[in-house]
Ligand binder design. Sequence first.
Ligand SMILES: Nc1nc2c(c(=O)[nH]1)N[C@H]1C(S)=C(S)[C@@H](COP(=O)(O)O)O[C@H]1N2
Ligand SMILES: [Mo]
Length: 210
Amino acid sequence: MGQPESREQQGAVQSGLPPGQRLQRGWPVTHYGPVPKFKPDRWEFRVFGATADGEKHCWNHEEFSALPFSTVVADLHCVTKFSMLSAEWGGVRARTLVELAPPAPEVTHVMVWAEYGYSANLRLAEFTDANTLFATHKAGELLTAEHGFPLRLVVPKLYAWKGPKWVRGIEYMTADRRGFWEERGYHNLGDPWQEQRYSYQEGPGDGPEL
Ligand SMILES: Nc1nc2c(c(=O)[nH]1)N[C@H]1C(S)=C(S)[C@@H](COP(=O)(O)O)O[C@H]1N2
Ligand SMILES: [Mo]
């Protein structure tokens, strides 16, 4: 369970440019819809769905901020073809939350939920990867509102739409379900190294049909 190890340096996930991507100078802002306003007294992070104990688990902002802090160096690949390499993200490993609020044994997938109903589905194994991070910081500084403050998910091995900004919680699932972009024509898996951009590229077993 979450030992009070405070700062821990994670491995680096830098592998260069996946096929079809180009390098972007700076850090553009990309998302659908408005930037939500952060209300610290109303904010909570919820773990729900098929939890091991059948209960919902919640952290308020103060409690979440006290969780063990780790850093991950990772690239960001937007499906619209720009990439940003070697960003240093700081925050709480997804794995830490899974240890604190474990899933039931039959859980196979996780839906990550953000403000305004944005969502992204991940396989449990991707979610619990050591480099999957709920980021509060980038390059040692708090995230800005446009980039997801107070919390965004970083999944280094997948296209960036799989990392919701303004995350509010996760749902443990016993079967796969498509998230926001996955329902709107994007690939259910989203591996940039295999150029899994669109749903029409999916093969049998890649996920529930559109
Ligand atoms: N809540 C939310 N998160 C989101 C999105 C979104 O539309 N809503 N877009 C995703 C996409 S497509 C990308 S490329 C990245 C962009 O992150 P950035 O604006 O910090 O560069 O955020 C991802 N997270
Ligand atoms: Mo994107």
